[in-house]
Design a protein around this ligand. Structure first.
Ligand code: FPP
Length: 253
């Protein structure tokens, strides 16, 4: 798979071709910390600071939606102490950073099973969404307690129930209807990422936005998430801008 350039020079971007929706699998916090003989949670703390920097950098670039994979439905399998720290991070992040997000007109949204989060995390998440509800700039969309297969199972259950209740016929099940039952439905026409970035050199999708990435451009970067910065984001976007998107057809889009 093609790697994004790790060049230290800032690439020239075509500002009229900025991807509307960028999704990021923020990987490598643990290895970043271990390399520095620090506990894994130090990597997550550094990762939170990267979230702050990248949220503002993305907003400044004119990205419409930035979706960040912060905690998957599978991450509960980690040691209790690490899970507990990861559940506290959104509280710290929102308690300190929401005023800055408001200043940049950034709206916070969360996709995933919020009701499965600890009460204090739920409260912080709901407050951040309420406090930024009037912002109409970039949407900072956190995937929290989210899994792509789980999302599809929930959508299928809901559609099956509508068929059983006689509200729709099986013939009416199409891509648009499925889109409307996914957790990205509130994002409307920007629900599918144009660009999916994964840090730390791993080249996997890890149960993230399985339906929505059907035609996303995938960019893998070697940097661990705590080392990812505005230049790395611009390099990934530059790589995206050099790809030819054909959506199954013959004409470049
Ligand atoms: C993957 O790295 C990262 C996570 C599972 C957690 C990501 C969370 C953050 C970056 C902080 C989130 C901040 C907010 C504001 C919600 P890993 O631990 O799997 O790294 P490794 O593969 O090197 O072990």
């Amino acid at each position: 798979m093609e790697q994004a350039s790790n060049s230290h020079t800032t690439p020239q971007l075509e500002m009229d071709k900025i991807p509307a929706h960028v999704a990021i699998i923020m990987d490598g916090n643990g290895r970043w910390a271990t390399r520095q003989h620090l506990p894994r949670i130090a990597g997550h703390k550094a990762g939170m600071n990267t979230v702050k920097k990248i949220a503002i950098a993305a907003s400044d670039l004119g990205i419409k939606v930035l979706t960040l994979y912060a905690f998957s439905t599978e991450n509960w399998k980690r040691p209790e102490s690490e899970v507990s720290y990861l559940m506290k991070l959104p509280i710290r992040f929102f308690n300190t950073f929401v005023p800055n997000l408001v200043k940049h007109n950034v709206r916070v949204m969360v996709m995933g099973h919020i009701d499965g989060l600890p009460a204090a995390t739920q409260k912080a998440v709901k407050k951040a969404m309420a406090d930024t509800a009037e912002c109409d700039g970039m949407i900072l969309n956190f995937a929290l307690n989210y899994g792509g297969r789980d999302e599809l199972v929930c959508a299928m259950k809901s559609i099956a129930q509508s068929v059983k209740d006689g509200e729709i016929s099986p013939r009416q099940v199409d891509e648009q209807l499925i889109d409307q039952h996914l957790m990205t439905a509130p994002l409307g026409s920007a629900s599918d990422p144009d660009l999916l970035i994964r840090t730390s050199g791993e080249e996997r999708v890890s149960n993230f936005l399985l339906w929505q990435i059907a035609y996303s451009e995938l960019v893998f970067v070697d940097q661990a998430w705590p080392d990812f910065d505005g230049d790395s984001l611009r390099a990934a976007i530059s790589t995206f801008q050099h790809r030819h998107r054909r959506f199954g057809g013959l004409v470049n889009k």
